[in-house]
Write a protein that binds this ligand. Structure first.
Ligand SMILES: [Cu+2]
Length: 337
């Protein structure tokens, strides 16, 4: 019993600590503030309607209860024109107010942002690719953005329908094969934001997460410049060889991309805060465990495991991947939202 209570309170604590990941009540962009504004008004009217309906029901039940000594049915009331007009007009007024507020929000949220930075977002089972066509580089599973700069994401999918969602920054947008949907927002505060796939897309849908890394503008510009001029460092020659023999067919390393995009871009692995499309923190241990047996971390994953690699080869490979980074940037220090 006591154990159960302890476990439950631990669970409660954990949930409270992680709640921020899905709480749209902590808006960090004008789009989310708009959604939040709407949420409050819908809630106000819902509470009001619930109060009036439940309250009058309770009152009427009490007022017209059977009195002592009463026999048979009490006098019946048939219709009340004034009351009926009132309870028709009030809901119509409420609907018009909510319609007006919603239309206003929709227009604001969908307004094109001038000078927006464009990023192509592609959903795959079960990861995300981010292509900065204008800047000439790619990253996967971690969308790196400048704070205070409008961005426009062009969202699509290469297999089934996914949905791009960053609760702290923006609403959901479907990623549909063969179609481009747009999502626009300004991330105001630097931080590490949790993102989710919000459309059931297969066995590891729940593990198709991602991160949005919002950097101060100067820091983003430094990263983008370094990414454009990037020559992947070779921290371990043996590791590079193992990579070329086993991984290059599916994984790109900036510029040296495979002919078709099959797996995530690994060019900035050493800068990562997460792995496996946001399911675990980035650490050399998790990286090694992933390469050995990704399916144990992510059921249904489309990457084969590499249990045949020797420990020495694995360690060399991890050292090589760790070295793939832009120096002088630490995304792990960013606050998490
Ligand atoms: Cu998905």
């Amino acid at each position: 019993m006591q154990r159960g209570i302890a476990a439950l309170s631990l669970l409660g604590l954990a949930l409270a600590q992680e709640a921020h990941r899905v709480a749209i009540t902590h808006p960090f962009s004008p789009v989310n503030r708009e959604t939040n504004f709407l949420l409050v008004w819908v809630l106000v009217f819902s509470v009001l309607i619930f109060g009036v309906v439940a309250g009058s029901l309770a009152y009427i039940t009490w007022k017209f209860r059977a009195k002592p000594g009463q026999v048979g049915e009490p006098p019946q009331v048939h219709g009340n024109d004034r009351l009926e007009v009132i309870w028709t007009v009030i809901p119509i007024v409420i609907i018009f107010i909510l319609f007006g507020l919603t239309a206003r929000s929709l227009i604001l949220v969908n307004k094109p942002l001038s000078g927006a930075m464009k990023v192509e977002v592609t959903g795959y089972q079960f990861w995300w690719d981010f292509h900065y066509a204008g800047l000439g580089f790619r990253n996967s599973n971690e969308l790196i953005l400048p704070a205070g700069v409008p961005v426009e994401l062009e969202v699509t999918s290469k297999d089934v329908i996914h949905s791009f969602w960053v609760p702290g920054l923006t609403g959901k947008q479907d990623a549909i094969p063969g179609q481009k949907t747009r999502i626009r927002f300004v991330a105001e505060k630097p931080g590490n934001y949790y993102g989710f796939c919000a459309e059931l897309c297969g066995p590891s849908h729940a593990r198709m997460l991602f991160r949005v890394i919002v950097l101060p503008k100067e820091e983003f510009e430094r990263f983008a410049a370094a990414a454009q001029a990037y020559t992947p460092p070779v921290a371990d020659a043996q590791g590079q060889q193992v990579f070329q023999q086993n991984c290059m067919a599916c994984h790109g390393v900036q510029g040296k991309m495979p002919p078709a995009v099959i797996g995530p871009e690994l060019g900035f692995t050493g800068n990562r805060v997460s792995l496996g499309a946001g399911i675990v923190d980035y650490t050399p241990e998790n990286l090694k465990a992933w390469i050995k047996d990704p399916a144990s971390m992510k059921p249904g994953v489309k990457m084969p495991g590499f249990p045949q690699l020797s420990e020495a080869d694995l360690d060399a490979l991890v050292r090589y991947l760790e070295g793939l980074k832009v120096e002088g940037l630490d995304f792990k220090a960013l606050p998490k939202f």
